[in-house]
Write a protein that binds this ligand. Structure first.
Ligand SMILES: Nc1ncnc2c1ncn2[C@@H]1O[C@H](COP(=O)(O)OP(=O)(O)OP(=O)(O)O)[C@@H](O)[C@H]1O
Length: 281
């Protein structure tokens, strides 16, 4: 849908019926409420980044929206057409890539659909390959194709680029943005990377204390650039919401964007090379 290319954030007050609506979610694993009355709406075709400190419950919320966990307390309205991509591709190793993509698909033309999805992610030439022969980036492309082939109205992405090297991550971010423009699912992206959120999303929600603590529109024109004043201002705002002191970061030794290469936990704040690096959330 090329008209989507010019989309910018829609003010949350001027929108219609959400594709996802959750109210008063409570989840407790026996050690306090991880979700504590959380409410959230997602509009059709919107792109939302979900941020928050490590352990604040982002994946728990995502698994709830994917219906991978038992139903929590509260109300949950979701579309049936959902797909999830995790940090690991989770391909079945004894099935070829195309079979992985079409697994569980009931359409008579499942194979054509699978091939079309693989073409969209640039993986046609690997359709007959075994998953273990794929690179990390190729495997995540296959995982994206497996999600895409289901024509999801809700696409849940749980740190899908965190295990990839910096260059592959940038390419995958571009691919996800292209796929979002083309298919316009509502996307919820869990990320630790503030820059990734600002590059891709039109809204950032920050979780804290089991709820949405901040809900920030990202009304930046696309394509987005790290150096743009609006980008920099929103980065400062998001870091502040996350409780990160930028001056403290600036005093630290510069570090590569690829957190893995520096030995840190994958997924930092994604500050560009030369800027101060941040600890993992
Ligand atoms: N199945 C489970 N059983 C017990 N505790 C759990 C379970 N799943 C999550 N938790 C706990 O719930 C809390 C939130 O976990 P969750 O994975 O949702 O956080 P997160 O924000 O995604 O963290 P991270 O950013 O580090 O991935 C953590 O304290 C975690 O230990």
């Amino acid at each position: 849908m090329s008209h989507a290319l010019s989309r910018i954030a829609t003010p949350q007050s001027t929108i219609g019926k959400p594709v996802v609506s959750v109210r008063g979610l409570v989840r407790n694993f026996g050690n306090g409420n991880v979700l504590d009355g959380l409410s959230l709406d997602l509009q059709p075709g919107s792109f939302t980044a979900l941020l928050g400190r490590s352990g604040c419950g982002k994946s728990t919320l995502l698994r709830t929206l994917a219906k991978l966990d038992p139903a929590p307390e509260g109300t949950v309205q979701l579309p049936d057409e959902r797909a999830v991509v995790f940090q690991e591709p989770r391909l079945v190793p004894w099935m070829r890539v195309l079979r992985n993509v079409t697994l569980g698909l009931r359409h008579p033309d499942a194979e054509e659909r699978g091939l079309a999805a693989l073409a969209e992610v640039g993986l046609s030439h690997r359709a007959r390959a075994w998953p273990l022969t794929l690179s990390g980036g190729e495997a995540q492309r296959a995982a994206l194709a497996r999600a895409l082939v289901r024509e999801p109205r809700l696409l849940l992405l749980d740190e899908p680029f965190a295990a990839l090297d910096a260059l592959t991550r940038m390419r995958m971010q571009g691919l996800v943005e292209t796929l979002w423009h083309a298919h316009a699912p509502a996307v919820l992206l869990v990320t630790h990377d503030v820059d990734e959120a600002l590059l891709l999303a039109d809204r950032a929600v920050v979780m804290a204390n089991g709820r949405i603590a901040a809900d920030i529109p990202i009304p930046l024109a696309r394509p987005r650039r790290h150096g743009d004043p609006g980008f920099i201002a929103l980065r400062s705002r998001l870091l502040a919401e996350l409780g990160v002191d930028e001056e403290h970061l600036a005093a630290r030794e510069p570090q590569r964007t690829d957190a893995r290469a520096s030995g840190a936990k994958p997924g930092g704040y994604g500050l560009p090379a030369g800027a101060a690096a941040a600890p993992s959330l």
